[in-house]
Design a protein around this ligand. Structure first.
Ligand SMILES: C[S@@+](CC[C@H](N)C(=O)[O-])C[C@H]1O[C@@H](n2cnc3c(N)ncnc32)[C@H](O)[C@@H]1O
Length: 209
């Protein structure tokens, strides 16, 4: 089975098992302070790997309520849950595809691209950062949050526990890859909140000028 098929099967199973509710609740504690601090926008939002769609729904109902939201999700079952959450909204689309293979609508650029706990599932994180950076509109921002990175002691056994290959970068490599992708004002911080046994969440962000 290919790596992507293994990841897809894992998340299909999580979605079917319990709707990924616990995962979403734990992640929201780290994500909420980041997203709630953003200014409302009439532009375009892209979320990579939205899982059950808690952040996508928040953005579509609040910050991008007057804009447009698009999500790219590998797992059919997770995408189904996202679709249910936002079924009453007409400013959201969900594409079921791997982000790296995904072809964005011609000419589309995004004012914010966000992802929580997804990038280490990519075998080629550099390619994913480059692709996301290339999809930003001028002034647009890329925000990538991960709990699985080299300095995080708490996450070191996850690949073994999940039974899938994960890519474990040190913090500095995310910073360097953002800069190498041409992003400016690149910053990084670690965030706590929610379930502390998962360690700290690394949040890297950068803008296209
Ligand atoms: C750990 S979950 C995180 C979900 C959600 N962002 C959250 O904060 O709860 C990882 C998600 O990324 C998705 N994913 C993994 N690889 C992907 C890829 N190549 N393209 C798009 N989505 C992917 C999975 O299907 C899953 O929904």
């Amino acid at each position: 089975m290919s790596h992507e098929l293994e990841v897809e099967a894992l998340f299909d199973e999580w979605a079917i098992e319990d709707g990924a509710v616990d995962m979403a609740r734990e992640h929201w504690a780290r994500v909420e302070p980041v997203l709630s601090a953003l200014a409302p926008s009439t532009g375009r939002y892209l979320e990579i790997g939205p899982g059950n769609g808690y952040a996508l729904e928040y953005m579509a109902r609040s910050k991008f309520a007057s804009g447009h939201c698009l999500a790219v999700e590998l797992s059919q079952e997770m995408a189904r849950m996202c679709a249910t959450r936002v079924s009453d909204l007409d400013n959201v689309e969900i594409d079921v595809e791997s982000f790296l293979n995904w072809r964005p609508p011609a000419g589309s650029h995004f004012d914010l691209i966000f992802s929580m706990e997804v990038f280490y599932y990519f075998e080629d994180i550099t390619a994913a950062i480059k692709k996301a950076a290339s999809l930003l509109a001028p002034g647009g921002e890329l925000i990538v949050m991960v709990d699985y990175y080299e300095e995080s002691h708490e996450s070191q056994d996850w690949a073994q526990e999940l039974g899938v290959k994960l890519t474990r970068w040190p913090q500095a490599r995310y910073l360097d890859a953002f800069k190498a992708a041409g992003l400016q004002a690149v910053t990084q911080e670690v965030k706590s909140g929610g379930v502390d046994e998962h360690g700290l969440t690394l949040c890297t962000r950068g803008k296209r000028t």
